[in-house]
Design a protein around this ligand. Structure first.
Ligand code: ATP
Ligand code: MG
Length: 163
């Protein structure tokens, strides 16, 4: 069975962006035909938005990632797909997710990037790929865990890339 966890380290913010960029490449290469959910967990300031910024830039977004802190949701159309960046930190009640219309975004080959997925308390399906960002000294560690077969395919591509 293929390993379903990968540990990466980022000594500075640029390296966190590079992990996001590599994840974007792996997502494009994996020939996904179904919606793909990436969950990003970690303490405040762990680098989740930084990683998403690198990912969005590689998919073709010019400029910094808009912060979805207040809107909770930022939709993009990149590389021919719907890409949505959500930050659920300020979600008051998991029921609010229904109003945000997250479910409608999970169509076709869309990509959903969710910071603070635990706030959804079971109202969001298990992410295909879960990223846990941790502080290590002055840098960060990113532990990636696949939650589905498509997630394992993406992880395998990332692993090839980091070998
Ligand atoms: N590998 C790294 N080493 C050191 N600092 C980093 C690293 N990656 C990101 N940072 C810095 O950490 C700070 C917080 O980053 P970011 O906003 O991406 O965190 P976040 O996890 O999205 O936080 P929040 O939970 O508040 O949304 C930024 O100043 C960013 O430059
Ligand atoms: Mg953030």
């Amino acid at each position: 069975m293929r390993e379903s966890t990968l540990h990466l380290t980022a000594a500075d913010p640029e390296q966190t962006r590079v992990i996001g960029a590599r994840l974007a490449g792996a997502l494009l290469d994996a020939d996904l035909r179904e919606p793909f959910v990436v969950g990003l967990s970690g303490d405040l300031g762990a680098g989740k938005t930084t990683l998403v910024g690198g990912l969005l830039a590689t998919l073709g977004h010019a400029g910094p990632a808009r912060s979805p802190t207040y809107s909770l949701i930022e939709p993009y159309r990149l590389a021919g797909r719907d890409v949505c960046h959500c930050d659920l930190y300020r979600l008051r009640d998991p029921e609010e997710l229904e109003d945000l219309g997250l479910r409608d975004l999970l169509t076709g080959d869309s990509i959903l990037l969710v910071e603070w997925p635990e706030r959804a308390a079971g109202r969001l399906r298990t992410p295909d790929l879960h990223l846990q960002l941790e502080y290590t000294g002055s840098g960060r560690q990113v532990v990636l865990t696949a939650g589905s077969d498509p997630g394992r395919r993406v992880l395998a591509r990332l692993r090839l890339d980091s070998a």
